[in-house]
Write a protein that binds this ligand. Structure first.
Ligand code: NAD
Length: 524
């Protein structure tokens, strides 16, 4: 086997590869040279310098795996790799401890005013009384987002004798029993109780401005807030006001709404610590990225499946030809479901009908559905390989079945999801394009894409008009509209595709209309 290391990585990763393969290190290789020589290699390791374009990948006749030592794969044409049957892997977990430690560092720096005290000493001052600090011991830590990094922060805070509570609406309590943290249902209760709040959620439409004016109002006057996740989760204007008016004790940010945050008004404040998006930057994270990338390649050379595959696993050619057209609707219907249902998904019943029921193995389709369900709420790469493991760890039970009685369509995928508080039934198919053809009891014909809206309401005159008018007032154009109802004046459902992302205040206004039971904005 032959491996090309096209970008510089830690030598430990290279040594591990040299034990199993011929390794060529050429970290200055040009795109032209790469396009000419890539067909010699079975694996390639890159970071962000090397761009693996479609043109290069098309020549990669022997390549089995592209290993990105790091997280982002913007420099890889993943679709081209997938259609060529090349696995793409990354090493997202290499930064987990590194980011958790940075969050700890920012917590301590805020509580003990380390940054500003350091500046004072360097300014030849000795202002001991100015820098009265706060201990972490016996304080309540509030973690928003209990994924990889959130859990690691809690482990570290236990050593500081802190009490931890957490908010993660997508996790059942049993998923965090090993971490030993109480999951709180309402984020506001975490914000009210916590002395230190640390954010570890992905940036999604739901988490954008998760911490805004109202949230700062309910925090303790001496609370500290740390954001090492993504800019935009804390509203920076509201943060500025809260700090300026001493509504909270202090803050620390590694990430910003706009990076770099040029001439931000936050710079004039003493009660904030700022770092330049370096939470993931350590030698160890780089070394681990190289080791994990090498391990993934070794797994492939041994004929095994690596852990962090971002594209599809291999399936036999005949099965693949049958399932391929349905992969898109499976992922889309999963994404739609994840956003349209309320509560934590406990059970997922998937029935394959028609042609899809006749193949031996529908697993890749179920994996695509899970990928769609999980990816809107997770920051990590959710793919068809890791989706079942993640779903299991999050307490989602999956029941699969087959039914062969489809008449109108060649194949239909039926999904019933059950949560603590809701049930949603969907049917989807693919006829030249993905379609949702049933939502609960209502027959629809909806193309799941872009920005969508779903609402349940009482079928009485004027309701559709009132909803439409509110969209007009928000200057959001409605592209398509589907309505269905169980009976005259009974319960009805409306599904819209619209031209812009639906703001929360619009769904809130629609929910306030009499006769509207529910209103949800969906982004696919
Ligand atoms: P993860 O996917 O393991 O965990 C994210 C968790 O957030 C999940 O448990 C999910 O259920 C939860 N979540 C999703 N939506 C939520 C919501 N609305 N409210 C509460 N919880 C919600 O991700 P991770 O690896 O732990 O990363 C966490 C964050 O850290 C991400 O935003 C990531 O981009 C960021 N990050 C930043 C740096 C940096 O350099 N500063 C480096 C790595 C990761």
């Amino acid at each position: 086997m032959k491996v090309l290391i096209a970008d510089s990585i830690d030598k430990k990763g290279i040594e591990n590869l040299e034990e199993v393969a011929d390794v060529v290190v050429d970290t200055k290789i040009t795109p032209e040279e790469l396009a000419k020589t890539i067909n010699q290699y079975d694996a390639i390791v890159i970071r962000s310098r090397t761009k693996l374009t479609k043109e290069i990948i098309d020549n990669a006749d022997n390549l089995k795996i592209i290993a990105r030592a790091g997280v982002g794969v913007d420099n890889v044409d993943v679709d081209a790799a997938t259609s060529k049957g090349i696995m793409v892997v990354n090493t997202a977990e290499s930064t987990t401890v590194t980011v958790a430690e940075h969050a700890m560092g920012l917590m301590l720096a805020s509580a003990r005013k380390i940054a500003i005290a350091d500046k004072s000493v360097k300014d030849n001052k000795w202002e001991k009384s100015k820098f009265m600090g706060t201990e972490l011991k016996n304080k309540t830590l509030g973690v928003l987002g209990m994924g990889r990094i959130g859990s690691q922060v809690i482990n570290r805070c236990k050593a500081f004798e802190m009490d931890a509570i957490a908010y993660d609406p997508y996790l059942p309590p049993e998923a965090v029993k090993d971490v030993g943290v109480e999951l709180i249902e309402d984020v506001k209760d975490v914000l009210k109780q916590a002395d230190f709040i640390t954010i570890h959620v992905p940036l999604t439409p739901e988490t954008r401005n998760l911490i805004d004016e109202e949230e700062f109002e309910i925090m303790k006057d001496d609370a500290f807030i740390i954001n090492c996740a993504r800019g935009g989760i804390i509203n920076e204007d509201a943060l500025f006001t809260a700090l300026k008016e001493n509504k909270i004790g202090g803050a620390a940010l590694d990430v910003y709404e706009v990076e770099p945050p040029k001439d931000s008004k936050l710079f004039e404040l003493d009660n904030i610590v700022l770092t330049p998006h370096i939470a993931a930057s350590t030698k160890e994270a780089q070394r681990d990225a190289a080791i994990i990338a090498a391990d993934e390649i070794v797994e492939v050379f041994k004929g095994k499946t690596p852990k962090n595959v971002l594209n599809m696993p291999a399936v036999d050619a005949t099965t693949f030809q049958i399932v391929k057209p349905y992969l898109n609707i499976c992922e889309k219907i999963g994404k739609f479901l994840s956003q349209a249902i309320k509560g934590k998904i406990r059970e997922l019943e998937i029935i394959y009908c028609g042609e899809l029921a006749e193949i031996n193995n529908q697993e890749i389709l179920s994996r695509s559905i899970l990928q769609g369900i999980l990816s809107p709420v997770l920051n990590r790469a959710v793919n068809t390989i890791n989706a079942p493991t993640i779903a299991k760890s999050r307490g989602i039970a999956i029941i699969e079945g087959k039914q062969c009685d489809v008449s109108t369509y060649d194949s239909v995928i039926k999904i019933k999801a059950t949560t603590d508080e809701d049930t949603l039934y969907l049917e989807g198919t693919e006829v030249l394009e993905p379609k949702i053809i049933k939502i609960n009891d209502y027959v629809v014909d909806v193309k799941p894409e872009g920005n969508m809206f779903i609402s349940k309401y009482k079928d009485i005159p004027g309701t559709i008009g009132s909803i439409g008018s509110l969209f007009g007032e928000h200057d959001i154009n409605i592209g398509t509209m589907q309505v269905g109802r169980d009976k005259e004046s009974g319960e009805a459902i409306m599904v819209l595709t619209v031209d812009h992302e639906i703001p929360d205040n619009l769904t809130d206004e629609i929910k306030k209309l009499s006769n509207v039971y529910d209103a949800i904005g969906i982004k696919l």
